[in-house]
Ligand binder design. Sequence first.
Ligand code: SF4
Ligand code: SF4
Length: 292
Amino acid sequence: MKEIVVLSGKGGTGKTSITASFAALGADNLVLADCDVDAADMHLFTAPETRHEEDFFSGKTAIIHTQGCTHCFKCMKVCHFDAISIIEGDFVVDPLECEGCSYCFHVCPTRTIEMKPRLAGKFYISKTRFNNTLVHARLGIAADNSGKLVSKVREAAKEIAGKERVDYVLIDASPGIGCPVVASLTGADFVLLVSEPTVSGIHDVKRVYELISKLKLRAGCIINKSDINPEMASALKDFMKENGIDLIAELPYDIKFTEAISSGKTVVEHDTGEIRSILERSWNKVKELVDK
Ligand code: SF4
Ligand code: SF4
């Protein structure tokens, strides 16, 4: 079983449309992992049926049980995050401000403060309409630790892939180079970059390349909307050549990507012409490189 991570330096490059198309083409020979937990949207393309759902806890939040509180102010004095205030005479913790450091818990003379596991999001295992398993999650509002949730999604996807004896885990990573991206990438077999021929597109590919070369990962790239700026597309290809990044495909700008999103379909379902055949060839080429 091989892990393929689809990644872009920023949002809006067509990364998720391309990943969803590969999920449709790969059907039941892959497990799909939506590791973009801050803005998960793979479910919009795949209409999954949830088979398993669980709460995801990460870190702790202080709770003050007002009975027993002697109003000594010690907790409020030590909280560096101004998370404790007095509301209608009671000491209260604002869960959005609390960083879970437990300082207040340790100084409270009456043991009135409890450190409770923080509900940070939801974790799901579903079956998509392409008959593959989708592992996905949703991070709660203002919740952090998305790296931990990404690792959970990825590990579960690998475990399921082993049980289902499929050949690939296809990972939709969050854009950028932050902690959740590193959690999606480490130890993967192949990274597929999705970029656009713009100044920021080239800048983003360079940033992402720095990260993947540090992690010693093999990479290929799809240039989306490659015809909107042939000069930039050529600069992008030069960079790829210099750095051993395989050019997987160039996709022309096509309104069918937007139409597919509006109709809740993948672009390979929406288009039976040129775009579909480029994406079919791309998926086959990625598999060929991964299996080498
Ligand atoms: S756990 Fe830390 S951040 Fe939260 S209320 Fe207590 S002292 Fe403040
Ligand atoms: S430290 Fe404990 S007893 Fe003192 S104000 Fe805070 S919760 Fe109340």
